[in-house]
Design a protein around this ligand. Sequence first.
Ligand SMILES: C/C1=C2N=C(/C=C3N=C(/C(C)=C4\N[C@@](C)([C@@H]5N=C1[C@](C)(CCC(=O)O)[C@H]5CC(=O)O)[C@@](C)(CC(=O)O)[C@@H]4CCC(=O)O)[C@@](C)(CC(=O)O)[C@@H]\3CCC(=O)O)C(C)(C)[C@@H]/2CCC(=O)O
Length: 214
Amino acid sequence: MTKYDQVYGYEKDGAEIYRRSFATIRAEADLTGLPDGVGRVAVRMIHACGMVDLVEDLAYSPGVAESAREALRAGAPVLCDVRMVASGITRSRLPAGNEVLCALADPAVPGLADRLGTTRSAAALELWRDRLDGAVVAVGNAPTALFRLLEMVRDGAARPAAVIGVPVGFVGAAESKDALAANPYGLEYLVVRGRRGGSAMAAAAVNALASERE
Ligand SMILES: C/C1=C2N=C(/C=C3N=C(/C(C)=C4\N[C@@](C)([C@@H]5N=C1[C@](C)(CCC(=O)O)[C@H]5CC(=O)O)[C@@](C)(CC(=O)O)[C@@H]4CCC(=O)O)[C@@](C)(CC(=O)O)[C@@H]\3CCC(=O)O)C(C)(C)[C@@H]/2CCC(=O)O
């Protein structure tokens, strides 16, 4: 035993850390009223951010969890706004070896952003066009990407099976999520209203949807 074990006595068993975390979340978060599939997503999102009151800001379409799960089981790709989201998705949880794509680093993107007069995050969605149909979209960072997705669908682009829309921040984040929640295109969605969100939360939501195991 090292000196540090004696002084701090902290938990080192990863499985036990997870078990206790999830038990704490289920004890402290008010999950009543959430459909089972959404409840499991909420638990994992709370696990990623440590805020049990996140549930108060959740909004979703009733079919979002089932639609995302079905799409993933059928092999749909997961389209992510930033690499941080893509990196956080646990590949072994994905049911069909699903592709996880983020186009942000594509060499074409800076030029596209200049030409379109927008951020790189939004411009990168141009490279999603032939993968959008039935995909699971996860936006954890960039409000402009979420707005752009809505514009593309409005203008006739193929529709994804589900959109996890949890961009974080102070400029456009709340508004982009409100727009997704009010979308008239029949998009299945899950959002955290307001400023809270982030890449870790988006990845956690996909991880929850990807596998039944906690
Ligand atoms: C305005 C932007 C915001 N970024 C935030 C927070 C974080 N961003 C990180 C990193 C490393 C990246 N952010 C970019 C996506 C970059 N961030 C923006 C943009 C300027 C515009 C996005 C938008 O408004 O829709 C965006 C650049 C762009 O042209 O699209 C990133 C691409 C910048 C870069 O490094 O090139 C990069 C993404 C890298 C990747 O994963 O692929 C942070 C880690 C920055 C930090 O704290 O150091 C952090 C991560 C937060 C998270 O959980 O994802 C905000 C706060 C979201 C902000 C948008 C809203 C606002 O209110 O300002």
